[in-house]
Design a protein around this ligand. Structure first.
Ligand code: FAD
Ligand code: NAP
Length: 334
């Protein structure tokens, strides 16, 4: 256990807050011992890669850093393979492992920071793929009773950037392993965003698994700030899904508004709403909105979590006033 420990290098916003104590958990046995010692009966915070959290104050309790490792093949046949990943495995390294072994399914999720244990929390998604389409099981341990519970895919209640772990059963469990079902061959998802454009520019019309992986990495590197250079937690807000009626009235007012029809309504890119209000590239002191992606709030160095949180509130209020849309924060706030 480390005491009075700075979390600056443990959150992708690079916010300099202190934890009263910091404990790494690198095995299931250690986790079970901590539960027996009633460690989670007191206030605490569970930390993975720290890439989806904004610390607005010091953590006046213990931070438990999930570092359980391991990649294990559970079963396979000619078509598919089921693989178990320890919760502390770095997500991008899991994607790399799958691509190198020619397993299909998670290539569009390349370069998402963080750990695989946190991936089911908000059903990570990018470029037309969500982890819910690959998850077989999520293995959890109850923080108080120590009971091990395995959630099937349906039991995780996945939705757009949502799961049972993010709200309904928030804080009840620690995820210690995740099983993914990967394919030995499958159609590649190239229809989203700039994927096709980049492939075309390279003259690739029959992309391989590796081509898709490389393309996603290239697009993301060109658009998103690298947390080591500019602190951020990716998209700060979810893309709102509005009713068809609301969409029709907005479209009359803002005929340049991009949109994507969904089953439940119409998705409006939050980045467009924020850019329209003039926030793209906004900077005050060391906090602001990224110059290339208005959905990403940034810390240029010494911003406080509170300053970034207040900016997010200002954006939420303005979006509500001008568009009548309630923006929801995607990032967890402490
Ligand atoms: P943390 O930030 O450490 O934790 C997030 C939450 O999960 C916290 O509430 C924490 O208490 C809880 N938690 C963490 N681990 C566990 C565990 N083992 N058991 C129980 N609770 C746990 N997200 C996307 O969906 N798509 C993207 O394309 C994407 N791109 C991003 C790009 C950048 C540059 C950045 C910085 C972030 C991006 N994100 C994206 C957000 C983030 O990477 C993901 O949400 C990621 O899954 C967070 O993982 P983490 O380990 O860092 O979680
Ligand atoms: P983009 O390609 O500029 O598109 C803007 C938004 O429009 C995206 O957020 C996406 O919503 C939506 N969109 C684009 N094409 C779509 C389609 N064919 N059908 C439905 N919706 C569509 O987005 P970007 O900012 O560069 O990000 C690219 C991808 O990476 C997106 O999937 C995004 O979610 C993901 N990403 C996520 C984070 C994060 O922290 N959560 C950070 C960076 C990137 P969706 O977001 O719903 O896909």
């Amino acid at each position: 256990m480390k005491e009075d420990f700075s979390l600056k290098n443990y959150n992708s916003f690079g916010i300099d807050v202190m934890a009263q104590a910091f404990v790494s958990i690198d095995s299931l046995e250690k986790l079970e011992n901590l539960i027996q010692l009633k460690s989670f009966s007191f206030p605490h915070f569970i930390l993975g890669g720290g890439s989806n959290i904004l610390f607005t104050k010091n953590v006046t309790s213990t931070v438990f850093h999930i570092k359980l490792k391991g990649i294990k093949i559970l079963s396979e046949n000619n078509e598919e393979i089921i693989v178990q990943f320890g919760a502390g495995e770095i997500w991008h390294e899991c994607v790399l492992w799958a691509v190198e072994n020619n397993y299909f399914g998670i290539e569009n999720l390349a370069l998402i920071p963080g750990t695989i244990g946190a991936a089911p929390m908000q059903n990570i998604g990018a470029y037309g793929v969500e982890i819910k389409s690959l998850i077989e099981k999520v293995h959890c341990i109850h923080k108080i009773t120590g009971e091990k519970i395995t959630f099937s895919n349906a039991e995780c209640e996945f939705d757009y950037r949502e799961s049972i772990f993010k709200h309904k059963r928030k804080d009840a469990f620690i995820i210690y392993a995740v099983d993914l079902k990967l394919k030995k061959n499958a159609p590649l998802q190239t229809s989203y965003g700039a994927i096709k454009e980049v492939l075309n520019s390279k003259g690739i019309d029959q992309p391989s698994l590796k081509d898709i992986f490389n393309t996603i990495v290239e697009i993301r590197n060109s658009k998103l700030p690298k947390p080591k250079e500019i602190g951020n937690a990716g998209s700060f807000f979810k893309n709102p899904i509005v009713s068809n009626e609301k969409f029709e009235s907005l479209k009359i007012q803002f005929d340049d508004m991009p949109y994507y029809k969904q089953n439940q309504g119409v998705k409006i890119p939050a980045a467009w709403l924020i850019e329209k209000l003039g926030f793209k590239g906004y900077r005050k002191n060391d906090f602001g909105v990224h110059t290339k992606q208005a959905l990403v709030l940034v810390n240029y160095g010494k911003a406080s979590g509170r300053e970034i949180f207040d900016l997010s509130t200002e954006i939420i209020d303005k979006v509500k006033n001008v568009f009548g849309i309630d923006l929801q924060r995607e990032v967890n706030i402490y």
